[in-house]
Design a protein around this ligand. Sequence first.
Ligand SMILES: CC(C)(COP(=O)(O)OP(=O)(O)OC[C@H]1O[C@@H](n2cnc3c(N)ncnc32)[C@H](O)[C@@H]1OP(=O)(O)O)[C@@H](O)C(=O)NCCC(=O)NCCS
Length: 160
Amino acid sequence: MSKYSDLEIKQAITAEDKQKCIDIRVRVFVDEQKYTLESETNDEYDATCDHYLATCLATKDDGTTVRVPVGTLRYIAYGDFVAKLGRLAVHSDARGLKVGLRLVQHFVEVARAKGDRAIVLHGQQDKRGFYEKAGFSVDACDEAGFLEDGTPHIRMWYRF
Ligand SMILES: CC(C)(COP(=O)(O)OP(=O)(O)OC[C@H]1O[C@@H](n2cnc3c(N)ncnc32)[C@H](O)[C@@H]1OP(=O)(O)O)[C@@H](O)C(=O)NCCC(=O)NCCS
């Protein structure tokens, strides 16, 4: 049986929930992937974008459960009815359980409800297959990719 169950995704409204999102990003992007702490704690979009927090019930050794943060992503209104999906991160011990996919699906529904016509993201090259499974694709003109914060990235789109 998985340690995690009962996934819930909600917009992080309170300062406490927003901090939980940042904490996940620091664990994943700074501790694990070695991006700078500055990039996660002092980003120009964080104050104005919408943050989403995924939580699960975690089963403890004594059989009791506690709700814990497992993933996050953020929504930036880019203008011209385009949303930017960013900072998708799932705790390493919660991966492979469809938390990432469910976060992206949730984002798509949020963007659809807001009236967006498209979603764009700059994905790490080695995550392309993940985003393709979530319905994103790469335009032919973007196939070359680019470096962002020193690592290979690729622009991907989801069009409604
Ligand atoms: C990328 C990430 C968000 C995926 O989250 P996850 O919860 O482990 O993924 P899911 O369980 O939802 O996977 C959904 C599907 O994508 C596949 N998948 C996951 N990562 C993949 C990858 N890197 N390449 C190709 N396919 C991938 C899974 O196998 C699964 O396929 P299936 O439906 O056929 O079984 C997670 O690995 C993560 O947080 N990584 C570190 C942070 C990061 O790199 N974020 C993205 C920056 S662009």
